[in-house]
Every structure is written in structure tokens, then in C-alpha cells.
Design a binder for this molecule. Structure first.
Ligand SMILES: *[C@@H]1O[C@H](CO)[C@@H](O)[C@H](O)[C@H]1NC(C)=O
Ligand SMILES: *[C@@H]1O[C@H](CO)[C@@H](O)[C@H](O)[C@H]1NC(C)=O
Ligand SMILES: *[C@@H]1O[C@H](CO)[C@@H](O)[C@H](O)[C@H]1NC(C)=O
Ligand SMILES: *[C@@H]1O[C@H](CO)[C@@H](O)[C@H](O)[C@H]1NC(C)=O
Length: 497
């Protein structure tokens, strides 16, 4: 997941903000030494039978907990585990098992749980100071699969480190921590070891999926337990680290009628061989400047939606002012936790991001934290996504070789693209999938739902399926929940789309 208005992925560390962060965390960890954590180590978990804002008992089995992944720094990853709701698989070993995590910048996996593939949704109503309400999502992927949602990398959501150094992670170390997380989690939950195991993520996190899957496959080959029953992986509008992820925005914007033929031709002529995010050639730079202005006119995560104009956030809680520019300003009334420093700007009601806004008030409410078993003093302020305030190193150059390696060894892969995303467009994804050069097994065709095309798909002999989701945005299930649920449930149960 990423914020819908940005066009860049985890930014380079801003040293001034990072220094401030170190100071805050240092002060914070000294404070913490006087706090007794509820428990430490890999064993803390609880069954959650009801959630604040959700009417009645939860109609699905939810467990939350922490797993320690870095002893030196006291790093613990927080998870939400939703057991499969399918009749046959309920609690058993036969339902598939999906590990899911979210992209950047350090977005909480709560995004996956409450906006994309999980069993809860916010009731969309204007925030008035009361706890936002939740409802059940009938298109939850947990209808057919267990889902282990994990806040990763450390610093995302409720995952935390006791030492500031623990937050200094990157693609490789975050993947190693997820690997450690899996080993410890399955040691404590051996009954799920027999389930067909899959790893999934979208956007930036899609870059880590095949890398992590390869680590798991190496354990299996070496006979290192606990032995997971790895079957494959899925990635949605994924980053690979290759330039095609970003460069394909140009032909995509051209095809959608956002840029002119002339600008398209100018960019092709002057940006050949250039890195589009950091071009050296002056004419290319100029043309891409015009390009960026034009695409800023649309919501890049789903080009058909309105762009959201945000009200300015207030500097302090409890202030009640009108903006000097005439815009109304956020009023916070019932925040009960610590000092909240990053209240999100309020989008207009009806904007796609309004649900994100509600999550801040829900997750920072003491009742929610008590229900989820959040450790006191661990994360004072929950934010849906970070904004370059924590260090992260993009140290995995390309995920392509892991895609090739895994799918040549019998693992299944589903690569899907919401076809109205301009952040990681389907054109770029289709191009790298094709470049793996495996023979076509099931040629390009429509796949259907309710007698209508729901997207288009092609499968290759290496068990890799590429599929588009008609009308889907960057995080496709957020925009097209029924189509994505149909796609996922067919694929995970080994049926053709
Ligand atoms: C806010 O709205 C909800 C739902 O409409 C209502 O139940 C609640 O009483 C309202 N809270 C306040 C503080 O007005
Ligand atoms: C944790 O702490 C140790 C020792 O301070 C350090 O070497 C290591 O890199 C840290 N781990 C991470 C993930 O930063
Ligand atoms: C492919 O995977 C196998 C088994 O995990 C591993 O031994 C090999 O080094 C990998 N090859 C590449 C090119 O990464
Ligand atoms: C494709 O996946 C199926 C189901 O897991 C498996 O039985 C088959 O061997 C795989 N095919 C190849 C070519 O690896």
C-alpha cells in the first residue's frame, strides 16, 4: 500500500527527521526500561472475540500477538491471524494458508485487513469524535484461506523495537525478519504446517515476496524445520526494482489519454535509456516535468477516481479553528493515547481515503488497543503509513531472478494488476512477466464473473499466471473486491481463472 497521492516509494532517509527520531526513541526507550512489558519473547498471543466498533461477537476467528525477530534490539513484529472461514477448512489443515504484508512507506498490514483482503471494513460515516464503526466484509479472502497478516518491516503498524537501532532495516533484513517470524510462528502453531502455504503482498512489498519465498524454499530443500508446505506466491501491482515499474507509466498514461501523442513521442525520443525518476538529459527532464504535471491531475492509484483535497491537520489536539484559507480543520475530541503527533489531514467525506482517516482514530483508541493486546509503551501513536520518518534501505535491486528461480522449480505464482493503476501499471508488469520467456500454456483471454469479463489473463508453462482486474486500482481488492475475491479463490484452489 502506499499513500494514494505520492508517486515515489520509500524515500531516502531525511537525516534531520531521522535525528529527531533517534532522540525521541532514545528518550522513549529509557522511559520503557521502567515499564514491564506484558510478556516478551515469541509466545505472546491472544484470541480476540470482539472488536470495539464491531457489533456483536466477531463472525471469524481472530488471534493477535507478537513474535520477537531480533533479540539484540528487542524487535517484535505484531500480527493478526484470521482463520479460514470455509466449512471444510475451518481450523483444519486442509485450507490454504496465506502470509500477507503491506508495502510502503511502512504501511500497517491493517490496510490489507480492513481495506483490501481481510474480513473487516469501516462503516463510512463522517467522523464525529466517537469510535469509528466496523462491519463484516463478505468478500474477505479468509472465506477460502487462513490469513496471517503481519506488520512488517518493524516500525509499521504495531511492530516495534526497544532499541532505535532496531528500526534500521531494509529489503534484505526485513525479509530475514519475516523469515524468522514465520519459523517462530509455525513452531507455536504446528497444526497449520500441513496447509498449502502461500506468500502474498502488493505494491512495494511485492518486491520482497519472491525473495522471502526463496528463503522458505531453501529451508525445505535443506530439511530445516519447521517445514512449511510452500506451494507458491502472489503479488499485486508489484514493484520489482526494475525501471519498467516506473517507466511504463508513460505508455500507460498515453493509452489512457492523459498525455498527448506529441509528449509521448518526445519522451520516447529524449528519455531512451534514462532513469525516469532521475533523468540526466535536460530535454528528457523537461518532458518528464510536463508529464508529472499532467498525471498529477488524476488519482494515480485509480485514475477514474477524484483526487482528494485534504484539510490541513491541526498542530495540537483539541484545537477548534477554521483554516485561514477558509477550509475546515480537523477537530480531535476523543483521543485517549499518549501524545499524537501526526493526525492525518481530513479528506472530504466520500473520498476513497476517508476510510484511512477513520483508522487513525480507531487504532489509537485505548479500547481498541486493549482488545488487540497492544503492549503498553510499545507504539504511542499508530499511523497507517509512515512518511520517510524511519530509515529504510532499498537494498534488493531486482526481484526478477527470484521469480524465475521459484517458478522454474514448480512453485505457482499469480501476478495480478488492477488495470487502472498509474503507479505500477499493468503494462510494465505484463512486460517483465513475458520477459521470463516461458512458453504460453493458456493464451491471453478474458476471465469472467457473472457472465461479464472481469479482466484478462495469460498463463505460462512455469505455473505463472498473469491477470488484470478490470477497473482495479493500485491495491486492486480495495477497488474491485468481488472480482479480486473470485480471482483469488479460483487460483488458490487450483482452478483456472
Ligand atoms: C457520532 O455518530 C454516531 C453514529 O451516527 C452516533 O451514534 C454517535 O452518538 C455520534 N457521536 C457524537 C459524539 O455525536
Ligand atoms: C540490532 O543490534 C545489533 C547490535 O546493536 C546490530 O548489530 C544489528 O544490526 C541490529 N539489528 C538491526 C536489524 O538493525
Ligand atoms: C535458486 O534456488 C535454489 C534453491 O533454493 C538455490 O540453491 C539457487 O542458488 C537459486 N539460484 C539463484 C540464481 O538464485
Ligand atoms: C504447477 O502446479 C501444480 C499444482 O501445484 C503442480 O502439480 C505442477 O507440477 C506444477 N507444474 C509445473 C510445470 O511445475
Amino acid at each position: 500500500m502506499m499513500r494514494t497521492t505520492t508517486t515515489t516509494w520509500p524515500r531516502l532517509l531525511c537525516s534531520c527527521r531521522f535525528l529527531l527520531f533517534i532522540l525521541v526513541v532514545t528518550a522513549f526507550s529509557q522511559h520503557q526500561q521502567h515499564l514491564a512489558f506484558a510478556s516478551s519473547g515469541s509466545g505472546s498471543r491472544r484470541v480476540v472475540t470482539s472488536l470495539p466498533g464491531f457489533d456483536g461477537p466477531l463472525p471469524f476467528h481472530l488471534e493477535t500477538g507478537y513474535v520477537e525477530v531480533d533479540e539484540d534490539n528487542g524487535t517484535e513484529l505484531f500480527y493478526y491471524f484470521v482463520e479460514s472461514e470455509s466449512e471444510s477448512g475451518s481450523g483444519g489443515a486442509d485450507a490454504p494458508f496465506l502470509l500477507w504484508f503491506t508495502g510502503g512507506d511502512r504501511c500497517s498490514v491493517f490496510s490489507g485487513l480492513a481495506y483490501e483482503i481481510g474480513p473487516i471494513r469501516f462503516v463510512l460515516e463522517p467522523y464525529n469524535g466517537s469510535l469509528p464503526r466496523l462491519r463484516y466484509n463478505p468478500n474477505s479472502w479468509s472465506k477460502v484461506s487462513h490469513i496471517l497478516f503481519v506488520d512488517s518491516p518493524v516500525g509499521a503498524g504495531f511492530s516495534f523495537s526497544r532499541q532505535p537501532k532496531g528500526y534500521e532495516v531494509g529489503d534484505a533484513s526485513a525479509s530475514l525478519q519475516l523469515h524468522e517470524f514465520l519459523i517462530k510462528w509455525f513452531r507455536n502453531h504446528p497444526k497449520y504446517l500441513a496447509s498449502p502455504f502461500y506468500i502474498g503482498a502488493d505494491s512495494y512489498a511485492g518486491k520482497l515476496v519472491p525473495f522471502l519465498a526463496q528463503m522458505v524454499s531453501e529451508d525445505i530443500e535443506a530439511g530445516r524445520g519447521p517445514l512449511l508446505n510452500l506451494k507458491g506466491y502472489l503479488v499485486g501491482n508489484p514493484i520489482t526494482g526494475e525501471s519498467v515499474d516506473v517507466n511504463s507509466r508513460v505508455p500507460c498514461a498515453h493509452g489512457f489519454g492523459i498525455i498527448s501523442d506529441q509528449l509521448y513521442e518526445t519522451i520516447l525520443r529524449h528519455c531512451q535509456g534514462e532513469d525516469y525518476t532521475n533523468p540526466a538529459n535536460a530535454l528528457c527532464t523537461q518532458a518528464l516535468g510536463i508529464f508529472n504535471n499532467l498525471i498529477s491531475e488524476v488519482q494515480q492509484a485509480q485514475i477514474l477516481l477524484d483526487t482528494c483535497v485534504y484539510a490541513s491537520p491541526v498542530p495540537k489536539p483539541n484545537s477548534r479553528t477554521d483554516g485561514s484559507d477558509g477550509r475546515k480543520i480537523l477537530i480531535m475530541e476523543e483521543i485517549r493515547v499518549g501524545q499524537l503527533n501526526h493526525p492525518p489531514a481530513r479528506p472530504p467525506f466520500g473520498c476513497i481515503t476517508y476510510g484511512y482517516y477513520l483508522s487513525y482514530f480507531w487504532a489509537n483508541d485505548r479500547r481498541t488497543r486493549d482488545a488487540l493486546g497492544i503492549k503498553k509503551g510499545s507504539v504511542d501513536e499508530w499511523v497507517r503509513c509512515h512518511d520517510g520518518d524511519l530509515p529504510y534501505s532499498n537494498d534488493l535491486q531486482s526481484s526478477i531472478k527470484y521469480h524465475r528461480n521459484l517458478t522454474s522449480r514448480g512453485y505457482r505464482a499469480l501476478v495480478y494488476s488492477g488495470d487502472h493503476d498509474l503507479l505500477v501499471p499493468h503494462l510494465g508488469t505484463q512486460a517483465w512477466v513475458r520477459s521470463l520467456n516461458f512458453p504460453v500454456a493458456d493464451d491471453w483471454r478474458a476471465w469472467h464473473l457473472d457472465g461479464q469479463s472481469a479482466g484478462f489473463t495469460i498463463s505460462y508453462s512455469n505455473n505463472m499466471t498473469f491477470a488484470t482486474i478490470k477497473g482495479g486500482g493500485h491495491t486492486a481488492p480495495e477497488y474491485e473486491p468481488e472480482r479480486c475475491f473470485a480471482m483469488f479463490s479460483r487460483w488458490i484452489l487450483n482452478r483456472p481463472l
